[in-house]
Design a binder for this molecule. Structure first.
Ligand SMILES: Cc1cc2nc3c(=O)[nH]c(=O)nc-3n(C[C@H](O)[C@H](O)[C@H](O)COP(=O)(O)OP(=O)(O)OC[C@H]3O[C@@H](n4cnc5c(N)ncnc54)[C@H](O)[C@@H]3O)c2cc1C
Length: 435
């Protein structure tokens, strides 16, 4: 599988006007002169007829790939084509959790790399992304689950990643709201990753877009890709609602639309599309300062900086492209929440929504070339694509620039499915709804 020809790095393109450095001093200065000095964070580009690299999808992975192409590999002849306004896909719909407490060693290394990039992201982008390392706490409710979590924590520690076993007493200290002895699934303990936490999701899209645009990337909104043109076995560009755009290399970063877009180039991906839902409550005073995950059902919760409790659950079991919530899922997650946190029974839910998820067959993502030369896929993110945005962008940019996988993403190639080298993160087999 030939991902891409090596692309030489041109000199940095300095065509773009900058929106300037953001700082406390700038805030003060703009406050004193009537806020007149702020300019658009990213340029609204009109597409050119041809680019070296066209990235389809202005979500987290498309934008971060564009940014790292410019900042790490000096490739600035890049366009990001987004069918709607920027950041209204999953990047702006997720529950904002970042962590690296995975099970498979190769995945732990990949997600830990991402967590390290998150830790320096605000300085890298000069953008406040509200990175909050408040800790992620997974509860367990059976002895078998304790064994499984201990194995996962040990695996992480062997790789130098933070993971702590937590007693019932410590769970009570960390989250006084938890009903440890609830009738259905008493809490036996937990597993804490102190460096896990949350990041303001919209800010991630905006921060990467601003930084990429300043370095010369064309970010083209309202530019839906409707076809992929190939000559022989090589991609030559994309058909869009704004006309044909030629490209040496096309990278798909379209999350739940991955199989749809790949099919335009005649490629069948091992990805299914499902809806994942979330909702947020009215604002409360601070009641929860970790990300909390229930172990006896699919339910997790964190408190946003505005005070809303952000609830998430499992994907809908059937395939769908509908970006909306449903009552049965709200009932299922709420029932689990009430078992664990009965004190929240009277809290009102404000909004519920859904995002279109790209569920792979082994629960691990795909960053890979395809049988079509010049076509690269970044997708299959399942539940975990937000936390992966920095590493996903960096390793996809590496693949584009060098034509070979980044060592931390070499296990995420498409060829693994045919070769039987799947990276079954949860050990549940080839059932996307179960990952
Ligand atoms: C409710 C919910 C909760 C989640 N919680 C978490 C979490 O807590 N932590 C975590 O790590 N992950 C979480 N995720 C997963 C994570 O959000 C996604 O895996 C990740 O955002 C996907 O990558 P992306 O940001 O590039 O996708 P997106 O933001 O969806 O970007 C893809 C873009 O492609 C565009 N596009 C599609 N088709 C075309 C076309 N034909 N032409 C042009 N553009 C096109 C779309 O409009 C979209 O903007 C959650 C997801 C959901 C829905």
């Amino acid at each position: 599988m030939d991902p891409a020809p090596p692309v030489p790095s041109p000199a940095a393109d300095t065509r773009r006007p900058s929106s300037g450095r953001y700082s406390a001093w700038r805030l003060l200065r703009e406050g004193l002169r009537g806020q007149l000095g702020w300019t658009r964070a990213w340029a609204k580009a009109t597409p050119r007829p041809r680019y070296r690299v066209v990235i389809v999808g202005g979500g987290g992975h498309g934008l971060s790939t564009a940014f790292y192409l410019t900042s790490e590999f000096g490739i600035t002849d890049v366009a990001v084509l987004e069918k709607g306004p920027l950041g209204l896909g999953n990047v702006g719909r997720n529950t904002t959790i970042v962590r690296s407490n995975y099970f498979q060693p190769a995945n732990i290394r990949f997600y830990e790399y991402s967590l390290k990039l998150w830790e320096g992201l605000e300085a890298t982008l000069n953008f406040n992304a509200m990175v909050s390392q408040r800790g992620t706490l997974n509860l367990f409710h059976t002895e078998a689950q304790r064994d499984l979590f201990t194995r996962r924590a040990n695996q992480m520690r062997l790789l130098g990643v933070d993971a702590e076993a937590v007693t019932r007493t410590r769970v009570r200290e960390l989250v006084p709201l938890v009903d440890l002895d609830n009738g259905r699934y008493p809490v036996l303990g937990g597993f804490l990753q102190p460096r896990g936490g949350t990041v303001r999701h919209d800010a991630v899209a905006w921060g990467y877009a601003r930084a990429a645009s300043e370095r010369g990337v064309d970010i083209v909104e309202h530019c839906e890709v409707t076809g992929i043109r190939r000559t022989g076995g090589r991609v030559t560009g994309v058909e869009t609602l704004r006309g044909f755009i030629g490209a040496d290399l096309v990278c798909l970063a379209v999350a739940g639309h991955s199989s749809h877009l790949a099919a335009m180039a005649g490629v069948r991906l091992p990805i299914e599309t499902h809806v994942l839902q979330a909702w947020v409550s009215e604002s409360l005073k601070p009641v929860l300062d970790v990300v909390l995950t229930y172990g006896a059902g699919h339910f997790y919760v964190s408190q946003s900086d505005k005070g809303g409790l952000v609830f998430g659950g499992a994907i809908d079991g059937y395939n769908s492209y509908a970006q909306r919530g449903t009552l049965p899922m709200a009932e299922e997650v709420t029932a689990a929440a009430m078992t664990l946190l009965p004190g929240l029974a009277r809290v009102k839910v404000l909004r519920q929504w859904g995002g279109i998820m790209d569920m792979s067959m082994d629960g691990s993502p795909i960053i890979s070339g395809t049988p079509v030369a010049g076509l690269i896929v970044n997708g299959g993110w399942c539940y975990g694509g937000f936390k992966a945005i920095p590493a996903g962008g960096m390793t996809t940019a590496h693949l584009i620039a060098h034509g070979r996988p980044h060592p931390l993403a070499a296990h995420l190639d498409l060829g693994r499915f045919a070769a039987g080298r799947t990276v079954d993160e949860r050990g549940v087999g080839p059932f996307p709804y179960a990952h």
